[in-house]
Design a protein. Structure first.
Ligand code: TXA
Ligand code: MG
Length: 341
């Protein structure tokens, strides 16, 4: 009896966590997805030019097929191998910001299978800025399709352990590159006629992009956006409701206690604040994302704090709205998507 039980447990694969790029390469060459670190968030990677490897990503993440993936590689020459054209302005952005938290949407070549791009004629491409993953990519003659390594709709992982907690039973290997240095996903930029369009706010600030190439158009949350079917309004969401408040917004505080019946005094609420504590809310469930008021540090800590709060016995999370500059814009975007809208 007992040996039978042990056998059953052993059959349940649990991903190994390690930092061996040759092991990662071997799984990838055999069509098995591997989690990889990037500077933004961890990705769930597979051979982006092989439809059956890409299909496994969708299955593991339970991701709908209409949501296209990003292809990752380690140099611009390789990018030229799977896109049909790089507009001059895209080339300028690539030269300036790659490797880095920027995804460019470019016309795809026939090498890229439709499943990777949700049937679109364009493909998202990025050279990530993480030494371990760049070394891995340099060993491969194919790009890695890699969405964030979380179940579809949940908060993106920023450590190997986050990946293990959610996908550990479904994959073989997690390449551990430490905590992600940026902490929010890449900024996604596309090119329509003569316009530069930002489809997703992210780890590269709009100010930086505009300094390089002039004014860009940022797609707003309500705009119809057929070019990016993956830009779902609700995303990155914790399991318990998350509400956004302005600094010291007492009206919302009253809503919790009076209307939603949440007992604030009884520690039923958790909070995320930028730099100063909010004394109205329980301090033991309060995450200060950057005591020094550094938006980069706040972005780095955002998803980890959201995850930890989501795993505590709370009834709701509240979050401050951040200053809308630099990475504050991307932080506010993620908090809005995570929130009860
Ligand atoms: O930082 C990141 O970008 C991370 C790391 C792993 O690189 N990846 C990531 O992937 O966030 P994912 O799958 O969670 O988000 C990819 C999004 C899609 O949901 C879609 O909005 C956009 O990229 N996208 C991909 N291909 C596109 C295309 N051809 N046209 C427009 N948007 C596209
Ligand atoms: Mg994602």
């Amino acid at each position: 009896m007992i040996s039978g039980i042990f056998k059953k447990i052993n059959l349940n694969t649990q991903a190994k966590i390690g930092n061996d790029i040759h092991i990662a390469k071997s799984y990838l060459m055999h069509g098995q997805p591997v989690a990889i670190p990037t500077e933004t968030v961890y990705g769930l990677a597979a051979n982006g030019l092989d439809a059956s490897s890409v299909a496994k990503i969708f299955k593991i993440k339970e991701r709908p097929f209409f949501d296209p993936l990003i292809l990752h590689t380690n140099n611009l020459d390789k990018v030229r191998g799977f896109v049909s054209h790089i507009p001059a302005i895209a080339n300028k952005l690539a030269q300036q910001f790659w490797p880095g938290p920027l995804t460019l949407v470019l016309p795809k070549s026939t090498l890229v299978p439709d499943i990777a791009t949700a049937g679109l004629s364009t493909v998202g491409v990025r050279i990530p800025n993480h030494p371990l993953t760049l070394s891995l990519l340099s060993l491969l003659d194919f790009p890695l399709a890699a969405p964030s390594a979380n179940p579809f709709g949940y908060i993106s992982p920023t450590t190997a352990l986050h990946v293990h907690n959610q996908l550990g039973a479904k994959i073989e290997y997690i390449l551990n590159g430490g905590p992600c240095s940026i902490g929010v996903e890449s900024t996604i930029v596309g090119f329509e006629d003569d316009k530069v369009i930002v489809y997703r706010l992210g780890g590269l600030g709009i100010e930086d992009i505009e300094r390089a190439i002039g004014k860009v158009h940022v797609i707003s949350e309500n705009e119809n956006n057929p070019a990016a079917p993956g830009m779902l309004k609700s995303h990155y969401a914790p399991k318990i409701p998350l509400y956004r408040i302005g600094i010291n917004n007492i009206e919302i505080f009253e809503k919790f206690t009076r209307i939603d019946g949440i007992d604030v005094a009884n520690n039923q609420i958790g909070s995320m604040v930028f730099k100063d504590i909010m004394a109205e809310f329980p301090l033991n469930n309060q995450f200060i994302l950057s005591p020094n008021g550094d938006l980069n540090e706040a972005a780095k800590n955002l998803f980890s704090a959201m995850r930890q709060l989501d795993n505590m016995p709370l009834k709701a999370i509240i979050s401050e709205v951040f200053p809308p500059e630099g990475l504050g814009v991307a932080i506010n975007d993620r908090i809005r998507r995570a929130s009860v809208q």
